[in-house]
Design a protein around this ligand. Structure first.
Ligand code: MN
Ligand code: MN
Length: 497
């Protein structure tokens, strides 16, 4: 080797690819990806994630965390006869059916700090408006108000499924799911045919499809009482003609037909829709992409990909050194507001309660804790190279991505992790053979974005962003590499050891 080459090897740094990591087998990566695809297909909303995760908890020894089940603060231990949680104990807390905290008690005292990861389980989508059903020109539409940052033109001409809940006046909750079963109908937003698109083509990309145009076709046939719809009508035959005449006069008969079908399936009315949370999400299933099947394509990988890795690592934690706290939050895509988002104190309240039953001191615990804000990164895309700084962007197949800062312009709105924390996390990864890379969101003036990192930092907790590189983020069908998905899981496992 020449001197120059030797020196180059010594002084410069290049991240290895994830598939060159000899410690992981192709089989492990593929098995993990197969599980991941099933998970993606059953978790398209934050509520569905909480339901999915909930189905594993008991089997893995988690119990719902209630302060009253443990030792009361100082002095009352003997009388109550209750013990503090012991190393290896597993606890969980569900926040309003939309967020989840999981925890495995570690060997070190709580005052030495927690190892925390926070992922979000909401994704951009089209929420139904309170009065969603609207008839125009004999077509009944479902009007939507988009949730999170979407490029509106991407949401037309794709099959959409309806997911969510309706909270009825009698207090019951009805779960809605239409469009996932292959035999189900789907919903659909039209776009203009190219033949008549001349004027639309001249518009800016952001104006081609406007928010109010994101209304999906829900039905096109009018309600007719003479159709055998199972409704009781004794005098049907005699009065058939009369009825037809009068029903021809009913305004918005297609809307009525759509409401009738919903009512038959779920028993609710237009009034019930006012107190519902219903969303249209892409109806496609997760698929392998590329002849080599190296990628997973799916809706909602931001950020359910990180949630999956963190969830699996948390489930497998046995008796970690530090107590783990694995948080799955809602509302990140609209700014983390609301009681289930990270700007609420639900995570702090869990830590406070835990501190109380473990005889720890809350401020000492928070100050000593380290957190990973696990959220996806923007993978370098050769198709759009100019909005990235290639050397500082994460690349698919190069492992999970550690991101020191996000934000916009001059790092505005960023947590900007410390050199000490970056180094500590990278040492953990080296020790456990985790393939990782570094990544900025994109070129300096190209735009920006944020994660929940700042909502963790505000509690006096050290935090850095870690994620999976994603192509076409926030689109109805996002791409992630199987090796990177696996390496995020390994990274959280290492962090929890
Ligand atoms: Mn995200
Ligand atoms: Mn996002």
């Amino acid at each position: 080797m020449s001197n120059a080459k030797k020196l180059q090897k010594e002084l410069t740094w290049k991240f290895p690819t994830a598939f060159s990591n000899k410690k992981i087998t192709e089989k492990a990566v593929n098995d993990f990806a197969a599980e991941y695809r099933k998970y993606l297909d059953s978790c398209k909303t934050e509520r569905e994630f909480v339901t999915y995760a909930g189905s594993f908890l008991e089997k893995h020894g988690y119990r719902e965390f209630r302060k009253s089940d443990y030792t009361a603060p100082s002095g009352k231990a003997e009388t109550s006869g209750k013990k503090a949680p012991a190393p290896g104990d597993k606890l969980f807390f569900v926040n309003r059916n939309k967020a989840l905290v999981m925890c495995t008690i570690g060997k070190k005292p709580l005052n030495e700090g927690l190892r925390i990861t926070v992922s979000h389980v909401d994704s951009p989508r089209l929420d139904l408006k309170p009065f969603p059903v609207s008839e125009r020109n004999e077509i009944a539409y479902l009007k939507t108000h988009y949730y999170g940052g979407i490029r509106k033109y991407q949401w037309v001409t794709i099959p959409l499924a309806l997911h969510g809940v309706v909270a009825k006046d009698d207090g019951t909750m009805v779960t809605v799911n239409i469009g996932e079963d292959p035999e189900d109908p789907v919903f659909y937003i039209t776009d203009l045919l190219p033949h008549l698109g001349q004027m639309q083509n001249e518009l800016k990309l952001k104006d081609g499809i406007k928010g109010e145009m994101l209304r999906a076709i829900g039905a096109t046939l009018p309600y007719r009482s003479d159709r055998d719809d199972g409704r009781k009508d004794d005098k049907k035959e005699d009065k058939k003609e009369d009825k037809r005449d009068s029903e021809d006069c009913v305004k918005d008969a297609v809307k009525l037909n759509l409401l009738r079908l919903l009512n038959e399936k779920y028993g609710f009315t237009e009034r019930d829709l006012l107190t519902a949370e219903l969303s249209l999400v892409p109806a496609q299933k997760a698929r392998e992409v590329g002849l080599d099947r190296s990628l997973i394509g799916s809706y909602g990988q931001d950020d359910r990909v990180c949630a999956f890795g963190a969830f699996r690592a948390e489930l497998e934690a046995k008796k970690p050194e530090y107590t783990t706290l694995t948080v799955f939050a809602d509302k990140e895509e609209i700014g983390s507001y609301g009681p289930t988002g990270m700007s609420s104190d639900f995570m702090l309240h869990f830590i406070e309660d835990l501190a109380e039953v473990c005889h720890g001191d809350v401020n000492t615990i928070l100050r000593a804790s380290n957190a990973l804000s696990t959220d996806v990164g923007a993978a370098f895309d050769p198709n759009f190279a100019s909005v990235y700084d290639e050397e500082n962007s994460c690349k698919i197949n190069h492992g999970c991505v550690l991101t020191k800062y996000t934000g916009a312009r001059g790092k505005s709105g960023s947590n900007d992790a410390s050199a000490e924390l970056m180094s500590m996390v990278s040492r953990i990864f080296s020790k456990h053979n985790v393939t990782w890379q570094i990544g900025e969101l994109g070129a300096v003036d190209a735009g920006g974005g944020g994660t929940v990192a700042l909502y963790i930092a505000r509690f006096d907790i050290s935090v850095v962003d870690l994620g999976v590189p994603i192509l076409a983020m926030h689109s109805p069908f996002e791409l992630a590499a199987k090796y990177d998905i696996y390496s995020l899981y390994q990274a959280v496992q290492a962090f929890y050891k």
